[in-house]
Write a protein that binds this ligand. Sequence first.
Ligand code: LCS
Length: 394
Amino acid sequence: MKQKKARFDTEVIHAGYDGKSHLGSLVPPLYQSSTFIFDNAVQGERRFAGEEAGYIYSRLGNPTVKILEDRMAVLEHGEAALAFGSGMAAVSAVLVSLTKTGDHILCSQGVYGCTFGLLKLMNEKYKIEYNFSKMNSVEALEKEIKPNTACIYIETPINPTMKLVDFELVVKTAKEKGIPVVVDNTFSSPYLQRPIAHGCDVVIHSATKYICGHGDVVAGLVIGKQEFLKKVAKTTQKDIGGVISPFDAWLLLRGLKTLPIRMDRHCENASRIFQFLKTHPKIDKIYYPGDPDHEDYEIMKKQMEQPGGMVSFTIKGTKETAQQFINHLQLIHIAVSLGDPETLIQHPASMTHAVIPADERRKMEIEDNLLRLSAGLEAWEDILEDLEQALEKI
Ligand code: LCS
């Protein structure tokens, strides 16, 4: 195994794996086993007591999953990582671990619809409060942080409005008050943005998206400090049990190897789509952090390598006009999710963010004529031609 720390594009292929410990297998082996055999009763007892290292049962750990976790810890600049059966299993394990009844969570001005659903559930069942904040000034942030604030929860870019949160600003205030900062880094992947390097404490991924990159796995990841992740592994992960299957971990290890190459293409295609839509007479607003007119363009330049592969926009007209437009698309699929090779488009107000009440959605600027597009890996000319022919029909 290589000794020194290598560059990102090398680490996606090599980090956390040494073929010599696996009969020389070039590719990490798939340990598709639910349980592990003990040599004798005392060994079993010692493993359960934590007195001897070794695998026990795949809800408590699995060698293929461990390779994925070790690789992701390196890529996100964390001490350790844990893999989950979905992004939501990861989000819920973190939020449940960090809070108790009566606590408060301060969130970015917009979160994924099911994260909103989880916050609502935690509020109804456990009286955990939450607020949304623009997080764009230290003064405002200081007022919004309460004595019972247990964590700051950020999506950046925010799904689906593509607004950004400035890590430097939030971390400075949070550190002074000893509040952990949790970042959902799904929209960027570690290739474009590494929140821990900016002082954030915990990173979450819906690995279903860019980490997988092929649209064939639902999974989640949490990266952070060893001590915190040990606690999560022994409590919310083990006892609530939202673990990943070894096969899905194996597919993620395969997908990860091409993350930098894929992300460059996603970003290139998104930039072409943005340039095309920006001046199109049937498009009203456009939300893309690479737009010099985007309100958070400077934040993008400060903390992201590239603006990412997502473009949101409003069609001039109503919800129905937006629906008619996507119905006319031929190459681009109407589907939720993102980060796949196929270009996907969806209508957040009636799909990913439909669970959020209309007044809350409006505060998050999720309008009824807003569409969210995930740039795929196809030839950009074909994507633009498809957008153009569908726009001509409305
Ligand atoms: N965090 C973000 C930012 C997400 O976009 C999603 C899913 C999740 C967490 C949850 O991950 P999952 O459990 O689905 O792996 N976002 C979706 C979306 O925008 N369209 O479909 C799913």
